[in-house]
Design a protein around this ligand. Structure first.
Ligand code: BG6
Length: 530
């Protein structure tokens, strides 16, 4: 925003409580509600960001009483709150929770919901506004939205608003994503739809834009002239846990790439938006995905890798192979790791490879974006011990050690000219203190103030699937015969390393020690001091 431009309506409301409204949660008995949504509402309440005229309706298929439901909410809060819970504040929030039992496919559920919203409007002064959160299995999304339409619950009359939050996965391929977009657009306008990706609720992900566009020093070198390549890693130590049934259908590619990883990719690669308003930001992000170079089947086979974990040791504990996880076929072909090399066809990024990887049961939990710069064109240290200079790296640590570090060369003290890599580090928690959150606070609040910047637009979702679909096709046609091909607790399959070494490059190690530093870095530092 330029200084003489008026702030957007949503922007000028930031920091003030959200609109009066009822949040209707479909799937109120599920994990997402218990672990994330309820604690996030508590955090919003304690930050005074919920309107005084706010209420929640939790819908599940069981028939329990509002008292029983509130008892569950208390329990969820005590188990999953991100910090200490103030009992008075918790009770204040719990008193806003109401329960509705009903089948999501039964039109009568919506008739009763409509009546309940009228009652709550009278009791809580919610002004007829409603935020419907679909925390249900994805195959119900279109049906629920359809029922919201036929029951009149989606219509915005008499100054009231109606918004719908849709969880991931949004479709299972391009065709189903398009069909879902079509179905919900029959009922809702795009401005009523909030397609959520919880990665956008992470402070460090939002900070990518601030880092790039609120500082003068990085943007001039953020391009193919100075950047050798970019690495995006989302490594997890968890396995599939109890989600085998879902994961067998999804696999790492669908589960993580068109959504979380492409969000990181588009923030990293986007052009500066003309403002931080939803439309401007989303236009630029969408362009990145549209610019991803299509791959031929041969290129897909060369530039993508997949993996599945076998037995191994994670965090000092022996863990089972993917094929032995609950609800997973003993001969499953589902990938739990994916790596790929993409190019973005535009002036800024032509010929700069973007290496992406994500996997479960890896050595460490780490999400980071590595910008590797080109080496200096000439090394003026003839006649010294310096033979080779390593490339400088800027690392955006998304989680768990949120921060930014710049790795560069420094002279090792002493009479000899010797060099070592050092890190200049900024740690979020160290600098700003730690503000534990579920990641859903900002997103829920943004829905309440109608700021869609951090939500996916229909074209972005479709552009993501457009990249992933051809990969799925080739993978389905040529199943991997080598599964399992990486040990739990390792850095992933050898193929992923080969993807890099073939290009004369290397992944940044994900092997951290408990202090959060890369083990390899420490070894290097020790070797240099010796
Ligand atoms: C979810 C995926 O969307 O994101 C999970 O379905 C994954 O498989 C999770 O574990 C990762 O989220 P986070 O916030 O823990 O990085």
């Amino acid at each position: 925003m330029t200084s003489n431009e008026a702030p957007s309506p949503a922007e000028s409301r930031r920091g003030l409580p959200g609109d009066p409204c009822v949040m209707v949660i479909f799937g109120a008995g599920g994990d997402l509600t218990r672990r994330k949504l309820t604690p996030a509402l508590y955090n919003l309440e304690s930050s005074h960001l919920l309107s005084g005229n706010f209420a929640v309706v939790g819908i599940t298929r069981e028939g329990i009483s509002t008292d029983e439901y509130r008892e569950r909410v208390r329990r969820d809060l005590s188990e999953h709150a991100t910090g200490d819970v103030d009992p008075k504040l918790a009770e204040q929030l719990v008193a806003r929770f109401h329960y509705l039992g009903g089948d999501y496919l039964d039109p009568k559920t919506y008739v009763r919901l409509k009546a309940l919203l009228v009652t709550l409007d009278a009791d809580h002064g919610t002004r007829g506004n409603a935020l419907c959160y679909l925390a249900t299995p994805p195959d119900l999304f279109a049906y629920i939205v359809g029922h919201l339409g036929t029951s009149g619950l989606a219509s915005e009359e008499e100054g009231r608003w109606r918004r719908v939050v849709i969880e991931k996965p949004f479709g299972t391929d391009l065709e189903t994503a398009k069909a879902l977009n079509r179905d919900i657009r029959r009922v809702l306008t795009e401005s009523q739809i909030y397609r959520i990706d919880h990665y956008l609720g992470k402070e460090t992900v939002q900070n990518i834009m601030v880092f790039r566009f609120a500082n003068g020093i990085f943007e001039p070198i953020w391009n193919r002239r100075y950047i050798d390549h970019v690495q995006i890693t989302v490594a997890e130590t968890v396995g599939v846990e109890m989600r085998g049934r879902y994961y067998e259908q999804a696999g790492a590619l669908k589960d993580m790439v068109p959504n979380h990883i492409f969000q990181l990719l588009s923030f990293t690669a986007m052009e500066p938006p003309i403002s931080f308003e939803a439309r401007a930001v989303r236009d630029e992000k969408a362009k990145v995905l549209h610019g991803v170079q299509p791959m031929s089947p041969e290129e897909i086979l060369r530039r993508t890798v997949r993996g599945q974990y076998g037995n191994g040791v994670v965090d000092g504990r022996e863990v089972a192979a993917y094929r032995s996880e609950p609800r997973v076929a003993p001969d499953s072909d589902t990938e739990t790791f994916v790596g790929m090399k993409l190019f973005i066809d535009n002036w800024r990024w032509a010929e700069v490879p973007f290496y992406l990887r994500t996997g479960k049961r890896l050595a460490q939990r780490v999400t980071e974006i590595v910008i590797q710069f080109k080496k200096p064109p000439f090394v003026p240290f003839r006649g010294t011990a310096v033979q080779q200079i390593a490339a400088d790296q800027l690392v955006l640590n998304i989680q768990p050690d949120e921060g930014i570090s710049l790795r560069f060369q420094a002279k090792v003290p002493g009479p000899m000219v010797r060099m070592g890599q050092v890190d200049m580090e900024f740690g979020y928690a160290r600098h700003f203190g730690s503000h534990p959150s579920t990641g859903y606070e900002t997103l829920l609040y943004d829905c309440m103030i109608a700021d869609a910047t951090l939500f996916q637009r229909d074209d972005m979702v479709e552009a993501g699937w457009n990249i992933v679909d051809p990969i799925l096709e080739v993978w389905n046609a040529v199943p991997s015969r080598a599964f399992p091909n990486y040990a739990a607790g390792s850095s992933g399959p050898k193929d992923a390393d080969d993807l890099m070494t073939r290009d004369g490059r290397q992944w940044r190690s994900i092997d951290h020690d408990s202090g959060g530093r890369h083990r390899r870095d420490k070894d290097e530092a020790r070797a240099l001091r010796a």
